[in-house]
Design a protein around this ligand. Sequence first.
Ligand code: FES
Length: 235
Amino acid sequence: MINVQIYRYHPEYDTAPYMQSKTLPEEFRKRMVLDALQYLREEDPTLAYRRSCREGVCGSDGMNINGKNWLACIKPVADALGTSNTLVIRPLPGMPVIRDLVVDQSLFFSHYEKIKPWLINDDPAPAIERLQTPEQRKQLDGLYECILCGCCTSQCPSWWWNPEKYRGPSALLQSLRFLLDSRDRGRIERMDGLQDPFSVFRCRSIGNCTWVCPKGLNPMGAIGRIRLELMKEST
Ligand code: FES
């Protein structure tokens, strides 16, 4: 049997969060953590977590699995266990818990909104579409793939320390995605929104963001590139 320790908290019934002990049949070593959660939920329908696509696309099942943020649907149980026989599942750290593994991501998404995640371009619309060269399009690789699961921002100590003011790695990766888009005309206002001492410069290059990104992206590299762009602006 595989041991499971799972974070439980129901604000209407529990005075404090607690870790609940469960077990899984051995065969779950070959399955994903989300399969294990679904099995446990069949035993106890009060267990709450988010999920939707089951394919690592929607970003809704980010959680902390044996100390590292991951998407439960694409994290194999055997991989999460390593040499241990206990699966420890907690909600994403640094975000208020609503219930069990469900966290409140309002602040996370408010930072995303602040970076203006849309093309700013008042040029008259062309007849068909705004074209890019293959080279211009290539600039967006490694950025557009972010699915906003929150794993990187939730594992970032700089964000834990200044969650209201520091944008966090996910929002900054998205910010670079628009700064580098050849169709965007909003560079000046985007850069103005990042010049203060907190939005970008509170990053301490710890690198947890890149360590945990389940899509293999490099938010720390993106933040470095933004810093470089900001320095170019100020010289
Ligand atoms: Fe959609 Fe895991 S359920 S990313």
